[in-house]
Design a protein around this ligand. Sequence first.
Ligand code: R5P
Length: 294
Amino acid sequence: MEYLLCHPMYILGGTSTKNLAGNLANRLRQPLLRTIYKRFPDDEFYVRILDNITGKDVLIVQTAYPDQKIVELLLMQDAIYDAGAKKITVILPYFGYSRQDKKFEEGEAISARAIAQHISLHADHVITVDPHKEHILKFFTVPAYSCSAVSTIARYLIEKNIDFVLAPDEGAKERAKETAELINCEYDYLEKTRINGTTVKITPKKLDARGKNVAIIDDIISTGNTMANSIKELKKQGAKTVLVACTHGLFIGDSSEKLLAADCDEIISTDTIETDFSKVSVADCIAATLLKID
Ligand code: R5P
């Protein structure tokens, strides 16, 4: 799909999202900025913009995960601002730290707010994809927007003849409902209790999954424990195939092996974090949002 922007803009693809930035540049028919990126022997990052961007609009695409990518983003923003860009739009395909969106215990940092405030320093707009909670957009001190990867993922799942969509917890129920509506099939959700960062308990529940091709949908796969436990429950209840799909595939440690060991038939994620499982692109949802705020 191609999009027509009112104002021409340069696109700066950060080191974390080169494919996505290229995809966006193609869809928007806008040039990628020429840059030099390198790391010093002590691993500090260096960026230099080679094109003249004085008075131009620039779109920076960089996922804020892991930590060093956030530092890279702040340096890219500094370089673009200092080079005299007219408007800076930051695309955060994945907004790292967004799960610490409040103080769960007294004395904690509100990490999502801290990161958002720093990114806002040299940004006119921010766009992120499927934030963990929508209210974190208010932590930016400039206008911030979100877009959803649900329809992109649903399009992929239609080809897989999915006939049942499952959310691994109540928090993902709306996502499962929207996906099921697009695929035109049934949906349900599981009861999940998080014991700690690496342990989750899925309470068994009778599902209408026997003989069906099931897709489990979530915003994030991190350790893979939520999905692995959900897959086991579905297979126990007679599901024929179980696919897992997420927007943000962090895939920490041996998470993908864990999913395959649980008898997962396919792992699907978007390119907000570029991995071997990035089978669909969020370029269209970002481009459509850009048109709305252009
Ligand atoms: C939690 O609320 C999220 O939606 C995901 O369910 C969670 O981040 C997945 O984490 P893990 O893969 O470590 O179980």
